[in-house]
Design a protein around this ligand. Structure first.
Ligand code: ZN
Length: 857
């Protein structure tokens, strides 16, 4: 092997003369404008011999826009780590001058009421790279593509740029890309090391794949839990690309993959022409390109088009065609594989040719793509008409923040939402004007709307459907917002153009005490804000009714009480802080005028318990995706710091600094196990995610609280790679195609919340949904308290075999137990799956503030 590495490196050097790069990547493709700076001259090395830095790519794209009248650059957002998200627009100089008109004409295709000819329109091609940070051949290829399309003097390219507007996004995940590039460049050797065992081909403490919170941005297109996705989808709806290329990498030994994906992974809500016509056009051009350089590839055997959660599928739900491209990974500049040496530059060349092929395909068949899009949005209306449901009414009477978060979610997808004008009741649920909304199914965005509310009405799953990921991606169930599907007409009020403004307030000054409800989704943020500023808060464990500045007001268990005395702050300071906290969380803080309650317990009752300010740590057990979800929930949403400690450090640090410790999984050393046990017995709240459920349940004495067998078929939060996922899919060819046996794929079932438990504070209904990733539940034993369990195993959304569903009756999902002075809370499923399962996240924040004890009710 060593000799071949040396030979390879020598051959790289041998071709390192001025035009080597042009020849390898652009050979035989016409002359290039010498006024346009080459990537090599700008970056200072030949593309493919190291990884380009993301900030330098943005700088290079700005330079191209500056030097050429074919290029312009738009910054459409910033990542969590403040990197610019950019698109380079490449098209003819005439089109550049006319870009806004082109866009205005183009978006008429997404309006079924507009009649517009497609013939004069431009086709929109988007090339989007590197959504997974460690799948590195995207961003570097984007540099080659951008340069070539801007500099090429080939009359064929010049002509095509009259017909197309090409959008190039060098990385859909700038933070993950930069993490990978810094890591890989940091371990780069001269000569390069192809041995896959070398540290260069691995990853650092955290995986390269996700964004700042290790969230998989390729599964966030519907949920939009991450800022990068929200920015991207906002931009998407300004342009509605006809062709969208989404570049990935798979196992090192694999060749190249492009769609069509298997027929068993298509969602029946999409028009067949997407698969049969558009993907066929692309495949014809992709194959010709790779044939021309002898690159091998495969199609139809893996990957999926079932749901709009991916970058390669959301476009399918917008009248375009999205396509997954996968190339065997090098995770460095060269890697030894079973098929021989794979140089990074070879991957870049494949990706370059595929990118140019997409421009050819789109311009050759421009009218086909444009007409498909126009027809797509027209057929959305007729497809909606076929459903029995005509309207959906939703909204929470007690939780304005949840309403607003969900409204924002719908508006981000350009779904038409209207105010509800009069109270409406159905299925034992009542909705009131002012806190509820109505969406008609008959609208251009019907298909995305239906995905958000899907309950197996339209996905067309059968036992021959092949699943690559969860089979239930609807978001409404994760938000936990009340809704009903209505078969009759519902009167629509004014259309919402933006989320309604809401603001909390304090009703008056009090010299005695204040109290507020715990219903609003953002209340934990307000509570922590107060505690962090030195306010001593208490929680009511029983209901009471007090005289307040606005009359008698009833408070349920879980309400927060803040006496004015007993503080180290002045009455003025407290009042100011309460006003600030109220605004953070849309809560009304009531000024209480009498400690003797009108009903229920008095303000001085022992059942109004003093709360400790939470100090939360997570012990990282390798499952960074789970940690990232919690970090985003606590840190970003509620501004509660999450200290992340490695298991090694946890053996040394003083655990008594923390009130709650989250255990995500992995093996515990005997020392850490002993320390955690002591810490719980001394009053800590241990929060165990499913990977740590087994150990945590052993702590719950005298009888174990749980003992989940853990995820049998992890589809969800594991740090998967495309390679691993593709292996699963390939296994599916053999046997999984028929979904036999006891099998489920990330389904949603009904569950019941134990409203008498302190972990249910803030909830008003026991009706709950849970996402099940396996049939196993937590074992229920004598001393443990069930917080959440499935009911009859009735399937709400997704695919499972009847055998699997039969195992889901009374399946415990969240349980708690006490040990010594502390408590243990075990989550059998993720508390905040991919950041959009908001409802179980509330149970997690309750555990942090109130502990997992059974309370005193
Ligand atoms: Zn990928």
């Amino acid at each position: 092997m060593k000799r071949s590495i040396v030979l390879f490196f020598v051959s790289l050097l041998a071709v390192a003369h001025v035009h080597a790069q042009d020849e390898y990547y652009f050979g035989g493709r016409g002359s290039l404008n010498p006024d346009i700076p080459t990537p090599e001259s700008f970056f200072g090395f030949r593309i493919g011999t190291a990884l380009v830095r993301y900030d330098k790519v943005v700088e290079y794209f700005k330079l191209l826009a500056d030097k050429s009248d074919r290029a312009s650059l738009q910054v459409f957002g910033k990542s969590w780590e403040d990197r610019e998200q950019v698109k380079l627009f490449v098209t003819s100089p005439d089109n550049q001058r006319n870009l806004e008109n082109i866009r205005q004409e183009h978006i008429k295709l997404a309006d079924p009421s507009a009649s517009v000819a497609t013939s004069g329109q431009k086709v929109i091609v988007e090339l989007a790279y590197n959504v997974h940070g460690g799948e590195i051949a995207g961003t570097d290829a984007s540099v080659l593509v951008a340069y070539y399309l801007v500099a090429s003097e080939d009359p064929d390219i010049v002509r095509r740029l009259n017909d197309a507007v090409v959008l190039i996004e060098p990385s859909q995940n700038p933070d993950g890309r930069e993490r990978a590039a810094n890591y890989i460049n940091g371990f780069h050797s001269w000569p390069p090391i192809a041995d896959p065992a070398d540290v260069e081909h691995g990853s650092g403490v955290t995986p390269h794949r996700g964004n700042h919170f290790w969230n998989d941005l390729n599964r966030d297109w519907l949920a939009l839990a991450q800022i990068e996705s929200r920015n991207r989808v906002a931009f998407y709806h300004k342009w509605y690309p006809n062709v969208y290329l989404d570049f990935h990498e798979m196992g090192s030994s694999s060749t190249y993959y492009f769609e069509p994906s298997p027929l068993t992974t298509w969602n029946k809500i999409l028009p067949k022409s997407n698969y049969e016509v558009l993907n066929a056009i692309l495949a014809k051009h992709f194959s010709a390109s790779l044939n021309s350089i002898g690159s091998l590839y495969y199609t139809k055997e893996s990957f999926t088009n079932l749901s709009p959660i991916y970058g390669s599928t959301y476009p399918d739900y917008q009248g375009g065609v999205g396509t997954t491209l996968e190339v065997g990974s090098t995770s460095g500049v060269v890697i030894e594989t079973a098929a021989g040496l794979r140089p990074f530059s070879k991957n870049l060349r494949d990706n370059f040719l595929i990118s140019i092929a997409a421009v050819r395909a789109a311009t050759d068949e421009k009218d086909t793509f444009l007409k498909h899009q126009q027809e797509f949005f027209k057929s959305a209306l007729t497809q909606a008409d076929k459903l029995a449901t005509k309207y959906i009414v939703f909204g929470s009477k007690t939780d304005k923040s949840l309403n607003n978060l969900f409204l924002e979610h719908l508006l981000q997808h350009h779904i038409d939402v209207y105010e509800l004008t009069a109270s409406f009741s159905q299925d034992d649920k009542t909705f009131e004007a002012g806190s509820a909304y109505v969406v008609p199914l008959r609208q251009p965005q019907f298909r995305v709307l239906q995905s958000i509310f899907e309950e197996n009405e339209t996905n067309g799953f059968s036992d021959t459907t092949t699943f690559y990921d969860i089979s239930a991606w609807s978001t409404v169930h994760g938000y936990g917002i009340p809704f009903v599907k209505v078969k009759t007409a519902v009167k629509e009020g004014p259309q919402l153009t933006q989320v309604p403004a809401v603001a909390g307030s304090v009703t008056a000054r009090s010299e005695l005490a204040y109290a507020f409800d715990y219903f609003d989704y953002l209340t934990p943020k307000a509570l922590y804000y107060l505690q962090d500023h030195g306010v001593k808060a208490r929680v009511a464990q029983r209901p009471f009714t007090s005289k307040t500045s606005v009359g008698d007001k009833s408070f349920v268990a879980g309400s927060i009480v803040i006496p004015v005395a007993y503080q180290s702050l002045s009455s003025d300071e407290l009042y100011t802080l309460l006003n600030e906290a109220a605004k953070l969380a849309n809560v009304t803080v009531y000024a209480i005028s009498d400690g003797f309650s009108v009903a229920g317990i008095d303000l001085g009752s022992n059942n109004i318990r003093v709360l400790k300010k939470p100090a939360v740590a997570a012990i990282t057990g390798g499952n960074w995706t789970s940690i990232g979800e919690l970090w985003a929930l606590l840190g970003n949403t509620h501004h509660i710091p999450l200290v992340k400690i490695t298991p090694q450090s946890a053996e040394r640090v003083d655990l008594s600094n923390y009130t709650s410790i989250i255990l995500s999984g992995g093996q515990l050393s005997p020392e850490l196990s002993r320390r955690l046990t002591d810490w719980v017995e001394n009053g800590g709240t241990l929060i165990a995610l499913s990977g740590a459920a087994q150990w945590a349940s052993s702590l719950a004495t005298p009888a174990p609280a749980g003992g989940g067998r853990g995820n049998q078929r992890g589809t969800s939060t594991a740090d998967t790679t495309d390679a691993a996922a593709s292996t699963t899919a390939q296994r599916g060819r053999g046997g999984l195609g028929g979904n036999g046996g006891s099998r489920l794929n990330g389904i949603i079932v009904h569950a019941e919340l134990n409203l008498s438990h302190p972990l249910a504070y803030g909830f008003t209904s026991k009706d709950f949904y849970t996402l099940k990733n396996s049939t196993s539940g937590l074992r229920q034993t004598g001393s443990s308290n069930v917080v959440l369990k499935t009911t009859t195993g009735e399937l709400v959304n997704g695919y499972a075999t009847p055998e699997a569903l039969s195992e889901l009756t009374d399946n415990v999902v969240i349980a708690s137990a006490t040990r010594g002075r502390g408590s243990i809370v075990i989550f059998g499923e993720s508390p905040t799956f991919r950041g959009y399962w908001l409802a179980p996240g509330r149970i997690l924040t309750n555990a942090i503030f109130f502990g997992g004890g059974s309370g005193n009710r």
